[in-house]
Ligand binder design. Structure first.
Ligand SMILES: [Zn+2]
Length: 88
């Protein structure tokens, strides 16, 4: 009788379909999950955006700011705000 061995753990099956199902449910899924964890985004860029937002808010509150400067800062603040996901 032919034997189909799993290349990951060495377990033997009598049908290629049984082996395929075993590999799919026992090995492929675990591999995918590990990849997902590795692809987790770094939190650093977000804190930078929040930091920039704080600086912009401080500049916008400056009494010496011209109308042109206010408009420019408002535009930049809108752009930075768009980078920060809504937390509520
Ligand atoms: Zn296996």
């Amino acid at each position: 009788m032919a034997e189909y061995k799993c290349k990951y753990c060495g377990e033997a099956f009598d049908k290629p379909l049984a082996l395929a199902w075993h590999v799919r449910s026992n090995h492929k899924r675990a591999k995918k999950r590990a990849k997902k964890v590795a692809a987790k985004p770094e939190p650093a860029p977000m804190s930078k955006a929040l930091e920039a937002m704080g600086v912009l808010k401080g500049l916008q509150a400056s009494p010496n700011l011209s109308d042109e400067g206010k408009k420019l800062l408002g535009d930049v603040a809108k752009t930075v705000e768009g980078l920060i996901p809504k937390s509520k």
